[in-house]
Design a binder for this molecule. Structure first.
Ligand code: ADP
Ligand code: CDP
Length: 215
C-alpha cells in the first residue's frame, strides 16, 4: 500500500495548512480528522444532546453519517448529506469539540472511519492521535509545535472579532483537555519527528516535511 504521512500537534501549530501543502506537492490525498470530530459535535448540538453528559453523547454517537472528501485542493465534510464545512469552524463547535472528542465511543467510531480512508495509503492524515493510534505504521510521522503565542496569533489572524489573548486562552483550555483525556490523548508518537514552527514560515515547514518524506 502507498505512503502515509501522519501529522499531529496542538491547535494552530499548522497541521492543516502544512498537510494540504505536502499532499498537493506529492499528489497525495488529505484527511482532516479534526473536521470529523467537529462534524460529530455540530450534529450533537443540532440534536440538543447534553454535552455535559458523556453517556448521552456515547448513546447517540453511532447515528450521524459523516463523509470526508480528501482532495487537498478542496477538502469537504458532510453530515447526513449536508455540507458543514462552514459551521464546524464556528465558536460554538470549537468550544464544545474537546468534550465530544473525549468520549471513547465517539473516538472508536471515528478512528474506524479514518482507518478505512487511510488504509489504501497515498494520504496525509492530520489530527491529534494519527501517529499513535490511527496510523501507527505511517512511514513518516511529524509532530508540529509552535509557541502558544505564535499559535494564537496565527489563529486570530484567520478569525475576525477575536483578540490574540482570547484566542490563546481558548487554545490553552482545549490543549489541556486534549492532552489529559483518558482515551488517545494528544502526545508525540513513537518515531515522530518534532518540528517547532515558531520561527518558520509555511513554505519552510512544508519543505522540511518534504525532506523527511524523501529521506
Ligand atoms: P492547525 O491545523 O494545526 O490548527 P492551521 O494549519 O489551521 O493549524 O494554521 C493556522 C493558521 O496559521 C493558518 O492561517 C496558517 O496559514 C497559519 N500558519 C500555519 N503554519 C504557519 C507558519 N509556519 N508560519 C506562519 N503561519 C502559519
Ligand atoms: O483546527 P484546530 O487545530 O484548532 O482543531 P482541529 O484539528 O479541527 O480539531 C478539533 C478538536 O478535535 C481538537 O481540539 C480535539 O479535541 C479533537 N481531535 C481529536 O481528538 N483527535 C483528532 N485526531 C483530531 C481532532
Amino acid at each position: 500500500s502507498g505512503l502515509v504521512v501522519a501529522m499531529d500537534g496542538p491547535s494552530g501549530s499548522g497541521k492543516s495548512s502544512v498537510s494540504r501543502g505536502v499532499a498537493r506537492a506529492l499528489g497525495l490525498r488529505y484527511l482532516d480528522t479534526g473536521a470529523m470530530y467537529r462534524a460529530m459535535t455540530w450534529w450533537m448540538l443540532q440534536q440538543g444532546v447534553d454535552l455535559a453528559d458523556p453517556a448521552a453523547i456515547a448513546a447517540r454517537s453511532g447515528e450521524p453519517s459523516i463523509v470526508s472528501g480528501t482532495d487537498p485542493e478542496g477538502p469537504t465534510i458532510q453530515v447526513d448529506g449536508v455540507d458543514v464545512g462552514g459551521p464546524i469552524r464556528e465558536a460554538e463547535v470549537t468550544g464544545a469539540v474537546s468534550a465530544v472528542a473525549a468520549v471513547p465511543e465517539v473516538r472508536a467510531r471515528l478512528v474506524a472511519l479514518q482507518r478505512e480512508l487511510a488504509g489504501a495509503g497515498d494520504i496525509v492524515v492530520e489530527g491529534r492521535d494519527i501517529g499513535s493510534v490511527v496510523c501507527p505504521d505511517a512511514a513518516v510521522k511529524v509532530y508540529l509545535t509552535a509557541s502558544a503565542e505564535a499559535r494564537a496569533r496565527r489563529r486570530s489572524a484567520e478569525l475576525t472579532g477575536s483578540t490574540v489573548e482570547a484566542q490563546q486562552a481558548d487554545m490553552a483550555r482545549r490543549d489541556t483537555l486534549d492532552s489529559t483525556r483518558k482515551t488517545d490523548p494528544l502526545s508525540m508518537a513513537d518515531g515522530a519527528v518534532e518540528l517547532d514552527t515558531t520561527a518558520l514560515n509555511l513554505e519552510e515547514v512544508i519543505a522540511e516535511v518534504l525532506r523527511l518524506v524523501k529521506e
